[in-house]
Design a protein around this ligand. Sequence first.
Ligand code: NAD
Ligand SMILES: O=C(O)C(=O)C[C@@H](O)[C@H](O)[C@H](O)COP(=O)(O)O
Ligand code: ZN
Length: 381
Amino acid sequence: MNQIERLSVALDDRRYEILIGEELVAGAGRHLAPLLGDRRVMIVTDETLAGLHLGTLERALEDAGIAAEAFVVPAGEASKDFATLQQLCERLLAAGIDRRTVLLAFGGGVVGDLTGFAAAILLRGIDFVQVPTTLLAQVDSSVGGKTGIDTPQGKNLVGAFHQPLLVLADTGILSSLPRREMLAGYAEVAKYGLLGDAEFFHWLEGHGHAVVEGEPNALRQAVLISCRAKAAVVAADERETGSRALLNLGHTFAHALETECGYAGELLHGEAVAIGMTLAFELSAQLGLCPPEDADRVRRHLAAVDLPTGFERLGGRAWNAARLIEHMHKDKKASGGHLTFVLARRIGEAFVSRSVEEAQVAQLLTETIAETAPPLDLAGE
Ligand SMILES: NC(=O)c1ccc[n+]([C@@H]2O[C@H](COP(=O)([O-])OP(=O)(O)OC[C@H]3O[C@@H](n4cnc5c(N)ncnc54)[C@H](O)[C@@H]3O)[C@@H](O)[C@H]2O)c1
Ligand SMILES: O=C(O)C(=O)C[C@@H](O)[C@H](O)[C@H](O)COP(=O)(O)O
Ligand SMILES: [Zn+2]
């Protein structure tokens, strides 16, 4: 099916479109030419995309008369760092970009966050376009303008809000995405149901496997509903002064886990979010805020599609609740010594809380580590 869905992200002072369809990379020139005119395009992508799909994008731009050059960074979370940002900025400056140059992020959330941040700071801000190629990037990171990099102190601690000119989400390109990455993106899809749309979560309980298998109709529906939800939240609170923080469901736990793992690929962001959302519902249930059956339902569904819900797959290190809580204190949303959590009253009704007792979090983490983390094999030490 070649139908294109169009959504709009309406901000206070401007709006941009999200296009969702199956052949948008091959047809990128048609959508970009009217927007960009004769502006020069610098494609930023990673090594995997360069090997698989960059040629298709380059031909599409060339056919539309758009002058483009490509800049390739290593694939994976480790590229969302100062060193890669510096190299990218220096290469783009050496290539002679000016304020009319447009960056085009062609890749997953890593390329999108990195390119968006480079666009935010180069020449004090130039335009960029998002062409997301992972499920996670199509349903989440390409929309909303959060850009940035990780630091050893924590996830996304250096960054800027910088909105793209356009998002082109080609669901067809997901056919080459490895299953593990598809699942990681699915965690952020499920997040929209869990935070504000119980009906969508119910739909996912029936169609989640089809989404993860890449069945075209299920996938399109999941991307569409997710982008619609994200666009609405961002339009209501672009700079996260209030309700946008709901998009952080599971992320206080997730970011602490990712920081502890060192962004090395052992734990993907979406996998961390799946564990984090399970813990956020469990915490809500333990605090008497949410029915325990809802917390069980969340865990069951995430496990049923094969996402992690505890520390089972995170062997080889001595997990420590206090250390994870230390990481949480460095999160952007912690303030005045208080941790921030997105909790739930039920599936589809999340809220932001700054009043969770640290001891309660420590107890939940300690129990979960004891119950699910593989024992440390000390034999080889
Ligand atoms: N800015 C935001 O609002 C926001 C939202 C959610 C997540 N994020 C960030 O996004 C990042 C994670 O993004 P991600 O999950 O897309 O990871 P990613 O960008 O590392 O991509 C995952 C892997 O898939 C490969 N890949 C990408 N597209 C492919 C395709 N079509 N076929 C085959 N392989 C392909 C990549 O090369 C990479 O190895 C994290 O850093 C996270 O913090 C940001
Ligand atoms: O867009 C948002 O807002 C989100 O919180 C989306 C999250 O899925 C994403 O991981 C985001 O990068 C987290 O933001 P942060 O501000 O907590 O770093
Ligand atoms: Zn996320």
